[in-house]
Design a protein around this ligand. Structure first.
Ligand SMILES: *Cc1c(COP(=O)(O)O)cnc(C)c1O
Length: 363
């Protein structure tokens, strides 16, 4: 028997994963540290009894999509929902990218954009942000003109830098891109502006959102796109039939009746984010303004910062103190950088204390 080999381009790929280490304070995957309202859990519990479990679910997830549409003041035909915004992105790429097509990203950004684009068979062209992780107009125009990409990704607030994409940059992309423009807004509610109003029926603009971060529902696996009707129709051709199970449809819809609770959790996290930013500043550590629930920072110690750069790196010292952050130091353009997710006030205190020690400014 000859051993079967995956596609050569798959073999060549980096494996995308965030290490799940068992540790007291987990600040590495941008989850919410706060639980969902207990009322929502009761809603889901009673919904289990109401599901016709022998039947396929509503294939078009009509009621869920209507509830999402109501929240954004659009119509249900403008909403495509799937199992996490990652599945939304994958479906967009299967529909508009694929073999022989080109996808543009501006690095550093969310690694899954390029990864999913390559899995679809597309060629990825990477523009570069400047040393402060801002995107220059000349770079936008250079990439669009030379690559003529079928799909362009922007991420605002950008993961892992935290930076918001200024409106003028998004408008410049829209004015010059020949294809689809995907704006990944996984963290939108943590910031004070969104590109949502730039999605119009006659545009090629799609905004994606998720329940994983602001809604404290990473375990639910639910995300969606707000897009022109014709694009949503194409996505429904590509996605698996009945991809959203019945319980998820109800659970997602019910979550949307707890908007106020979501907003107050988000306000608390934003407050903590600013407290962490001040703490980092006091330690003399480089950070960048974040519109999300995490902060990228660069501890100014010589040499060892991340996992691979020495046994007593800052990352390792934090881990030894029971605090897991994301090591971004080996990612292109992120030399020496770590990313911390905002946790509960107590977790953030532990993080700041452990960091003070790790950079040699505490006992
Ligand atoms: C976390 C994250 C997602 C993932 O969303 P899911 O809905 O959990 O699949 C998408 N985009 C960005 C930029 C993220 O950081």
């Amino acid at each position: 028997m000859t051993e079967i080999k995956p596609r050569a381009d798959i073999v060549a790929m980096d494996k995308y994963h965030s290490p799940q280490v068992d540790v007291a304070v987990r600040l590495n995957t941008n989850e919410s540290p706060l639980p969902v309202p207990p009322e929502w859990i009761a809603d889901v519990r009673s919904a289990v009894d109401d599901v016709a479990w022998n039947r396929y679910p509503d294939r078009s997830a009509r009621s869920l999509r209507q509830a999402i549409a109501d929240r954004h003041g659009v119509s249900a035909e403008n909403i495509f929902a799937a199992n996490g915004s990652n599945e939304v992105l994958q479906t967009l790429l299967l529909t508009y990218a694929g073999a022989g097509r080109t996808v543009a990203t501006f690095e550093p950004t969310y690694q899954l954009h390029a990864h999913l684009a390559r899995i679809s068979g597309a060629t990825v062209v990477s523009g570069q942000r400047d040393s402060d992780f801002c995107l220059q107009e000349s770079e936008i125009l250079r990439v669009l003109e030379t690559a003529q990409p079928h799909v362009v990704f922007l991420c605002s607030p950008n993961n892992p830098t935290g930076r918001l994409e200024p409106r003028r940059n998004i408008e410049l992309v829209i004015a010059n891109a020949p294809g689809l423009i995907i704006i990944d807004e996984a963290y939108a509610e943590f910031s004070d502006w969104s590109a949502l109003e730039l999605v119009t029926e006659h545009s090629n603009v799609v905004v994606t959102r998720t329940f994983s971060k602001t809604w404290s529902l990473a375990a639910l696996r639910l995300g969606y796109a707000i897009a022109p009707t014709r694009i949503v129709e194409e996505l429904h051709t590509v996605v698996m039939p009945y991809h959203l199970d019945a319980l998820k449809q109800i659970a997602g819809e019910r979550a949307l009746s707890y908007v106020e609770q979501m907003q107050s959790r988000v306000a608390g996290i934003v407050h903590e984010r600013e407290r962490i930013a001040i703490g980092l500043e006091k330690l003399g550590i480089d950070t960048w303004p974040s519109g999300a629930n995490f902060i990228l920072f660069r501890p100014a110690v010589t040499g060892a910062v991340g996992q691979g750069s020495g046994s007593e790196s800052v990352w390792q010292k934090l881990l030894n103190a029971g605090v897991l952050v994301r090591d971004c130091s080996t990612w292109a353009g992120l030399d020496g950088c770590l990313r911390v997710t905002v946790g509960t006030p107590a977790e953030n205190d532990l993080f700041l204390k452990a960091l003070r020690v790790a950079v040699g400014k505490g006992e």
